[in-house]
Design a protein around this ligand. Structure first.
Ligand code: 13P
Length: 250
């Protein structure tokens, strides 16, 4: 089974509109469309619309960093799936560890966001991952498996087919301490196995699982060489065209 790699840049809360435009112009200039990789950028909400205009006609796709599960209404500060589609998003990141850690995200709210994204036709990138204490105490798979079971609860087989999952060990995010290719492969294989159990082998075989956490141009190759690593979700190294292009062209 060959899965098309997917490299996504999660810009988090970085870059003003002009900086964001310069970055995607740099990415466009460095890609000729023949890369056999899906390339995705996730700017801040404030930059989505202007970036969609710069990306128009390019092979780079747009993602949002979050969404709310309701369609509209009195939810100050939130954006709906329809609003993200309206400004040109194809993907949406759901359940990033920073949202779990700082903004009260739970597996239950991940599940609601996931269902809203799928119902609207956005492709969700669902993030899972353990913190250092959980890894040290041997509970990595309990935590990650639980996040997937609960996050995907009630998601149909035909919807599961559209998902991307990102395994991001929290201890590797922004620390420079990347998981080893073997550590990533171990969890990715377990995630694929669980998806086979929850759905079937066909869905599991087609599922793209990204690794995230201190991915850089010089460590991406070793990760991508592993059979169950299908791409990367990149923070810091996605903020410069040169380093993100180095990852895309691994
Ligand atoms: P870093 O690449 O900066 O470690 O961030 C990873 C991440 O959180 C991507 O979502």
């Amino acid at each position: 089974m060959t899965r098309r790699p997917i490299m996504a840049g999660n810009w988090k809360m970085n870059m003003l509109v002009a900086e964001a435009e310069a970055l995607v112009n740099g990415l466009k200039a460095g890609l000729d469309g023949t890369e056999e990789v899906d390339v995705v950028v996730a700017p801040t909400y404030a930059s989505l619309y202007p970036i969609a205009k710069v990306l128009s006609g390019s092979s780079i796709d747009l993602a949002a960093q979050n969404l709310h599960w309701e369609a509209s209404g009195a939810y100050t500060g939130e954006l709906s799936a329809a609003m993200l589609l309206d400004v040109g998003c194809k993907y949406v990141i759901i359940g990033h560890s920073e949202r779990r850690q700082f903004f009260g995200e739970t597996d239950e709210t991940v599940n609601k966001r996931l269902k809203a994204a799928l119902a609207a036709g956005l492709i969700p990138i669902v993030c899972v991952g353990e913190v250092l204490e959980e890894r040290k105490s041997g509970r990595t798979w309990d935590v990650v498996g639980g996040q997937i079971r609960e996050g995907l609860d009630g998601v149909s087989r035909s919807d599961a087919e559209k998902l991307v999952i990102a395994y991001e060990p929290v201890w590797a995010i922004g620390t420079g301490e990347v998981a080893t290719p073997d550590q990533a492969q171990e969890i990715h294989a377990q995630i694929r196995g669980l998806v086979a159990e929850l759905y079937d082998q066909g869905i599991a075989d087609g599922l793209r699982i990204q690794y995230g956490g201190s991915v850089k141009p010089d460590n991406v190759r070793g990760l991508m060489d592993k059979p169950d690593v299908d791409g990367a979700l990149v923070g810091g190294a996605s903020l410069k065209a040169e380093s993100f292009l180095g990852i895309v062209k691994f």
